[in-house]
Write a new protein. Structure first.
Length: 81
């Protein structure tokens, strides 16, 4: 939805410290995090009307963002115990 924040810290505020630690110390997590952030930024630009790609392209981006979020959450949960 337009205006919703989907950055990882807003999506998972209870893991804020763990996310920060993983970004600093885990190269794989950091790479996935950057991909997630870039996708989220691109989707936000589309929702704000700055970019106007096809609906199919936008939906693919959203699916990719969700897949990355799930993957990042698995890593976060495995490291936060």
């Amino acid at each position: 939805m337009l205006g919703e924040k989907h950055d990882l810290v807003h999506e998972l505020p209870e893991y804020k410290d763990c996310i920060h630690n993983l970004k600093m110390n885990d190269k794989h997590f950091s790479k996935l995090f950057d991909k997630y952030h870039n996708l989220d930024h691109e989707i936000k630009r589309i929702e704000e009307g700055i970019e106007t790609p096809s609906d199919e392209y936008t939906e693919e981006l959203k699916k990719d963002r969700l897949f990355l979020k799930d993957e990042l959450l698995l890593i976060i949960k495995s490291k936060s115990n």
